[in-house]
Design a protein. Structure first.
Length: 221
């Protein structure tokens, strides 16, 4: 099932709420790349990319793209004042030394205990794992933004991942077009629901049990 741009932007906006002043933040391809468009001007952060950029800015206006400046997914980006370039080895060294505060990633599946499967569907061609394994293990906080269900309507939040894992027990927060879950060693806590969905619809589309926050937040359009 496809997802409209409004849902994608709502999810990116919610992920942006987790970012605090002074952080170094890594963004995956797809929905995560929309996050810089939703940060307030008061928040000063450095967006990091595995291909060797620290200090990415919002997506450029149409017609103002720089063909030599792109993120790890190959999409055009801008550079903030104070940003810098490096080779990929240095960029990965930053990740492996734990210098990244938050990474925002897409995923194919997430288990109830935060296992991440986001790099391959067996039998399908894939360009490679990229930096997901390092980011999942070394970033101080791992946020997943993804569709609640796959294109066949099956839940992507599950008891146990059926796809090959990228990393185990690494996800801290899951954001879908329906809801937001906090992840802990005890399992999932439903903390927020996006309009127009309700608790019953979230339960019906989630492939595992979860607890519900006593102060659940309803996010309007």
């Amino acid at each position: 099932m496809g997802m409209g741009i409004d849902d994608r932007n709502r999810m990116a906006k919610r992920a942006a709420e987790e970012i605090q002043n002074g952080m170094v933040v890594n963004l995956g391809i797809g929905i995560p790349s929309l996050v810089p468009n939703h940060l307030s001007r008061e928040i000063q952060v450095m967006f990091h990319a595995e291909n060797g950029i620290t200090g990415m800015g919002p997506s450029p206006e149409k017609g103002k793209e720089d063909e030599n400046l792109c993120n790890a997914g190959g999409f055009p980006v801008t550079l903030m004042s104070g940003g810098s370039y490096c080779d990929s080895a240095v960029a990965f060294g930053m990740i492996r030394r734990g210098r990244v505060d938050i990474t925002v990633l897409g995923s194919l599946q997430v288990s109830q205990y935060g296992d991440l499967a986001n790099w391959i569907v067996p039998g399908k061609k894939v360009p490679g794992m990229g930096g997901a394994m390092e980011l999942a293990q070394k970033a101080k906080k791992v946020i997943v933004v993804m569709n609640h269900c796959d294109k066949n309507g099956y839940p992507k939040i599950v008891n146990t991942c059926s796809l090959p894992l990228t990393s185990s027990r690494c996800v801290d927060l899951i954001i879908t077009e329906m809801a937001v879950f906090k992840v802990s060693h005890e399992g999932l806590l439903l903390s927020e629901i996006f309009a127009p969905y309700n608790l019953d619809s979230v339960v019906s589309k989630t492939g595992c049990e979860f607890k519900v926050s006593e102060n659940i937040r309803n996010i309007p359009y």
